[in-house]
Design a protein. Structure first.
Length: 66
């Protein structure tokens, strides 16, 4: 799972670039990510690179690109 973190982050970035803003469930589907762990690993990657905006609530975050 960790070997392809950058690849999954790219899929998430592309999905957000085309469809933002998205909640976690819709983002997982749009990016064709298999597991929630992979999704949140990719989101962490994008946060670390300062490419992500997180809004909404703690229970229902909404993601978009900067």
């Amino acid at each position: 799972m960790f070997e392809n973190a950058g690849e999954v982050a790219g899929q998430v970035w592309n999905a957000l670039n085309e469809n933002a803003p998205l909640g976690a469930k819709d983002l997982k589907k749009a990016a064709k990510v298999k597991t929630e762990k992979e999704l949140y690993l990719a989101l962490g990657w994008l946060l670390r690179e300062d490419k992500l905006v997180v809004e909404g609530t703690e229970k229902e975050p909404v993601f978009s690109l900067k």
